[in-house]
Design a protein around this ligand. Sequence first.
Ligand code: DGJ
Length: 737
Amino acid sequence: MAIFHSEQEGLFHLQSKDMSYVIQLVNGYPAHAYWGKRLRQQGNLKGLIRTVERCSFIPNSVPEDTSISLDTLPQEYPQYGAGDFRNPAYQVELEDGTRITELKYRAHRIFQGKPPLEGLPALYTEEGDDVQTLELDLADSYSGLVVVLTYTVFGTFSAIARSVRYFNQGKQPVRLLKALSATVDFQDAGYDWLCLHGSWVRERQIERRPLGHGGTSAESRRGSSSHQMNPFVALLRPNTDEDQGEVFGFSLVYSGSFEAKAEVDQFDHTRVSIGIQSFDFSWLLNPGESFQTPEAVLVFSSDGMGGMSRTYHKLYRTRLCRGIHRDRERPILVNNWEATYFNFNADKIEAIAVMAAKLGIELFVLDDGWFGKRDDDTTSLGDWIVDRNKLPKGLEDLARRVNEQGLQFGLWFEPEMISPDSDLYRKHPDWCLHVPGRRRTEARKQLILDMSRQDVRDYLFDSLSEVLSSAPISYVKWDMNRNMTEIGSAQSNADRQTETAHRYILGLYELLERLTARFPDILFESCSGGGGRFDPGMLYYMPQTWTSDDTDAVERLKIQYGTSIVYPISTMGAHVSAVPNHQVGRVTPLETRGDVAMSGNFGYELDLTLFTEEEKAVVREQVADYKEIRSLVQKGDFYRLRSPFEGKGNETAWMFVSEDRKEALVFFYQVLAEPNAPLRRLALKGLNPELEYQVEGLDAPLGGDRLMQAGIHLPLFHSDYASRWWRVKAIDYYFHN
Ligand code: DGJ
């Protein structure tokens, strides 16, 4: 891997094991020359950019060479106002009210490693990583604005991390009106667009459609990355499928409002851009100040969607998630939310923990309702003091009672929120996001604390630290249950109110950094009404996320499948819950609920004390099985075999393969039973074609080639909501281990 620079040709070639990305300076403009399969370095890259003179509606950006127009040049960081009419990557307003800038190459640096992003989550490197960074300095000579484009290439991954830093080196203030993280100008329009859309209890549904002329977008204006649109999009060639074909992924390491757009222009060029939402955003940069955008992680795959996902999985699991739990097997937990909601006391919790211990479960999580006077969702957020009516002897006593059963103890918080009916609100009514004189719009009877304020963050750090130090707490579930309205901060001046939403996210990240550093042993799981903030930004601080409030096994197939497009399995919380399911009323077998939840960070979310002896036996087996397979589930390579988004969506299948390809797990799910059904086979993936494998339940070993080409026979189910999974082991391994 290397970043090559040819001064003479004005070329930068960013090359990893299987991918190349080429930038060409054209009259000082950084032009985008190529992104795709790896190219040889020598003599191969000249002339990738072609310019031709067009008509009077295509402005001449370089008077001496009328073939060059910003409106047709593929660019790395396009601007508005000086010839390019397409969607710009940034826009600034100068003191004189003008909004024209022209960024041209000034200098560059190429170096080993990757610098951290100030105040923002980002991919990181470890000793021995084959990683190089290119920084391109662009300057607008008129205003003194300097923009540094940063590109980091990872030798073994087909990925580039991009971000941008703005420096005001002029004498006048500059206002950023738009500051995206990355733009890529593709040469043609032959692409499908893929995004992950959804809703509460229906997150990350896959949608794919051909791009047409004009704009296509995926964005959030909710103040968080959102259930509705995940901060990820991909372009795929029309013939690309799960296993072959080109894919270009764009994932934003950010938890606030974002935009991802594609625009197909008159010459069938496609511009893709991603970054902070520019609607209702601006940022004042005084002379000498700088602004850092979030990081966008761009992944290329010529092995279809599966190849792209496996790159994101490995990169995010090993170079985005941090802390001691990153590589540890995650505990099997039981959470009392769907078991008791707000209606519990210490004895009830202890009874669940006693049963959990008997079944082999490792962690008990006390969810909402343990603090203030919170008997329903209308009060007390912000008052992080244990409710002595429910827990008379406090958290320490409860945690000790749970620990005595051999289980770890975990606790729920919703730190960013404040209930109008809380002591905190009565004391600090200006601590929430609000606009003076306007209604404070409530959602779930709560308002949002203004995380851009240092005093708010200090209060949260102190009050959470006190609780976390008061008892042996091994796990924290960090929830966040509404979106932002009346986005304003009582502490900001009028000219900085449009910075509030982004300052909130920066404040949140600062608090998370402080707390996770102060309590490095605690396993943090993020949550936002399930998966409303399932994004790479949160994963930097918390290595797992509660995937969805929808715990129905059938709904979860789509949610987990869609989530796996970008996010590693080790980041997905998945629990078995009671039937009829609380979200959709469906009754599914306990075995199937277990088989779905086992394809994530496994747990239960029901009242274990209500189980019959037969059900307990099933759970005992599930827990024992998961302990055996979790390392492979959490760290193995993930292959999607059947999509619930295709056809009637009746079948879903996926598998996990060990790095040495000697072990695998195959999961198959069928929603509805079929009368007189055809006999079907399921082709496996990721195995070694040369090896023989023993598939659990089959008499004789089968070749990896046969398993991948012809597949295994699928069972004929005679009931709805059925599932089956198989262990697969390479035969020498099987006999000798
Ligand atoms: C939303 C979460 O997603 C649920 O799991 C639960 O923690 C509730 N909030 C509690 O209010």
